[in-house]
Design a protein around this ligand. Structure first.
Ligand code: NAP
Length: 240
């Protein structure tokens, strides 16, 4: 792998118009990085980028839209020449219906964003990540994607009986370990932000976005040689 351009770290965060994604952009830009703020609505993204300190650049990016993701990769290539850190953050909750009430079609929008989205973006940006001296991919998953945690009666996650969102994050966990095992020289890790007050949960989450982005930022800023294929929250390793 080769490094092109300056030594500044170049990052892209998907779904960065609010919540954990926006806070991740703010924090990574605060490190002096160049951060591409992925937004479905470019006007909104440009306004947010203007409001943040540092080198924050808006890019139109809908993770469900092949043309949008391809165009975003062209924009990042033209502006930065490579990508060092991809944060696949965009996600939606979908139906809260219980298993008995859930129909197959209920999976489609959520899997489109939470599963196919990170695969589409990662697949499209791999050529730019290949140009990095230390390519890192951070998948933003959930404790709800853990079979161990959702079956542990001591955990809050075990009280939720829902098919769609948890299975989308379980799929993302598996996708992460498959990428990690097949991309030598990469650090591909998956994180659980923890229950954080954002629009995703109607601001019922108990953590601040600062707390919720701790694991995201830790995985984005790993030292060279740090592990790949891990699942962590801000307290450390999590069971799959
Ligand atoms: N909050 C929690 O407690 C919690 C816990 C565990 C995991 N997570 C995960 O953390 C991530 C961020 O969630 P959040 O809590 O910050 O939620 P949020 O505040 O609702 O933000 C979600 C972001 O995803 C974007 N998005 C939705 N669909 C998109 C698409 N098709 N293409 C691109 N962007 C899209 C939204 O953009 P618009 O503004 O355009 O809608 C928004 O910027 C998600 O993956 C979520 O599953 C959250």
């Amino acid at each position: 792998m080769t490094t092109t351009g300056t030594t500044t770290t170049i990052a892209l965060v998907t779904g960065a118009t609010q919540g954990l994604g926006l806070e991740t952009v703010r924090r990574l830009a605060g490190l002096g990085w160049t951060v591409w703020l992925g937004a479905r609505d470019l006007t909104q993204g440009a306004r947010l980028a203007d409001e943040l300190d540092g080198d924050v650049r808006p890019v139109q990016l809908d993770v469900t839209d092949e043309a949008s993701v391809t165009s975003a990769a062209r924009t990042v290539e033209a502006g930065s020449g490579r990508l060092d850190v991809l944060v696949n953050n965009a996600g939606i909750a979908g139906t809260h219906a219980g298993p008995r009430e859930t129909a197959p079609d209920d999976f489609l929008p959520v899997f489109g964003v939470n599963v196919l989205g990170p695969v589409r973006v990662t697949h499209t940006f791999l050529p730019l990540l290949d140009r990095s001296a230390q390519p890192r991919v951070v998948m933003v998953s959930s404790g709800l994607g853990s079979l161990a945690i959702t079956n542990d009666p001591s955990r809050l996650e075990s009280t939720l009986h829902v098919l769609v969102y948890p299975s989308s994050k379980a799929a993302l966990n598996m996708i992460t370990t498959q990428y990690a095992r097949s991309l030598p020289g990469y650090q591909v890790n998956v994180v659980d932000p923890g229950y954080t007050g954002t629009a995703l949960n109607g601001f019922t989450g108990t953590q601040t976005v600062q707390e919720g982005t701790e694991a995201v930022v830790a995985a984005a800023t790993l030292e060279p040689g740090a592990p790949t294929g891990t699942f962590t929250d801000r307290a450390g390793a999590l069971p799959w």
